[in-house]
Design a protein around this ligand. Structure first.
Ligand SMILES: *Cc1c(COP(=O)(O)O)cnc(C)c1O
Length: 397
């Protein structure tokens, strides 16, 4: 059994705050604080440029990639960390389209995160191959996969509602129809067991700063199915993905496998933070995380429904159809979340009316869930949300 008391002690959690927003930005792992401080003073400060060879900087994208691989059911050497999720999606989509042959349809759904759709809209236009982005309702995806579809591009867990796609079944259907699959694991990696190899997915991307706790703007990751990497001509090519970056050849020759998905110089301080943060997963079983996450979220839903009739559950009620978050709808959701935050409960808000709470067993326990429900009850019962200053929208919600 995973010892969640041990993992909780690995994080800096401010006194008096219940943090149910680790699905948006994970908290600070103590090891990341120490690692970044050391990386700055000892490696950068003293080793200077020698750090690229002596401190393992050059290989960090692959070392970090291998640590993430374990959490998403991927083999070593199939994941590389770097860039942002949006950029990695661009790499995956352009590669997928070129592998897909003459078909023109890229299929996604209306539950996808907007950046994924933006990337697709403009990348397909830039490719100039007459590709079309087809966006259907999440429940219509399975029925729309057929042999006219080139690429299936989905986010497994809906960022707003927490609705969970059946990756295994959809990827299998894609494979049967000769469709290249891309999964965005932004709200899956570190949230629930993922089996990319078992599902036989072609590409996946995901975030380093959400459930993986790498810090604000931490590098993202990209996965390419074993054997597929060598068949990709990267559209976003750069010297770090070259076969021999320090040969300084004038012509691009892609490195083997996953390494060709690298582009430019990795952000070492951020990468080091993510590297240290990932050590929190040592000895952690994703099955235990999933079981605990369901216990926490089921209790949260029960408490909220008993205490707050004003709120409507906006997530699937069946925990097996949900990721690791619970969303509730409330007309004054933004102001209510501001009031909750002012009272020591941090969650977040997604327009137009969703209050979102993430459950992260590494550092959230049942006491936190009960305290969170008590705070939300107070916000509702005493109408603490009914204040003009809570309604004034900040830039980041
Ligand atoms: C959070 C999130 C992103 C974020 O992309 P960035 O490029 O890191 O800003 C992308 N896709 C999904 C599904 C997300 O939830």
């Amino acid at each position: 059994m995973t010892d969640f008391a041990r993992t909780r002690a690995l994080f800096e959690l401010p006194e008096g705050i219940v943090y149910l927003d680790g699905n948006s930005l994970g908290p600070l792992p103590r090891a990341a604080r120490e690692r970044v401080a050391r990386e700055v003073s000892r490696e950068w400060g003293e080793k200077l440029i020698r750090g690229w060879n002596e401190a393992g900087w050059m290989d960090l994208p692959e070392t970090v990639g291998d640590k993430i691989a374990r959490l998403i059911g991927a083999a070593k050497g199939t994941v590389v960390a770097g860039d942002s999720t949006s950029i990695n999606l661009h790499k995956a989509l352009t590669a997928a389209v070129s592998l897909a042959g003459p078909r023109k349809v890229v299929l996604s759904d209306s539950g996808n995160f907007p950046t994924d759709l933006y990337v697709a809209q403009m990348a397909l236009r830039a490719l100039g191959g007459g590709h079309e982005l087809k966006v259907v309702a999440p429940e219509e995806v399975a029925g729309t996969i057929d042999d006219t579809v080139a690429v299936l591009m989905l986010t497994q867990v809906d960022y707003k509602t927490g609705r969970l796609h059946d990756m295994q079944a959809l990827t299998a259907k894609a494979r049967e129809n000769g469709v290249v699959s891309i999964w965005d694991l932004a709200h899956s990696a570190g949230a629930l067991p993922v089996d990319l190899a078992g599902a036989d997915a072609d590409f996946a991307v995901g975030c380093g700063y959400k459930y993986l706790n790498g810090g604000p703007g931490a590098p993202a990751f990209i996965y390419v199915r074993p054997g597929l990497g060598d068949r990709i001509d990267p559209v976003l090519a750069g010297w770090m993905g070259h076969e021999a970056p320090f040969a300084f050849d004038l012509d691009y020759r892609p490195a083997g496998g996953i390494q060709r998905m690298r582009v430019g110089t990795p952000p070492i301080l951020s990468m080091a933070s993510l590297d240290a943060a990932l050590d929190a997963w040592d000895g952690v079983s994703m099955d235990d995380v999933r079981d605990r996450s369901i216990e926490l979220s089921e209790r949260f839903i029960a408490e909220i429904e008993a205490r707050c009739p004003e709120l409507t559950l906006a997530s699937p009620r069946d925990p097996s159809a949900r990721g690791s978050q619970v969303s509730v709808a409330f007309r004054e959701g933004y102001a209510a979340m501001q009031a909750a935050i002012a009272n020591g409960l941090i969650g977040d808000f997604r327009a137009p009316d969703i209050m979102r709470f993430g459950f992260t067993p590494l550092y959230i326990g049942m006491d936190d869930v009960v305290r969170a429900a008590e705070t939300i009850e107070r916000v509702m019962r005493d109408k603490l949300w009914d204040r003009a200053d809570y309604r004034a929208r900040a830039k980041v919600t």
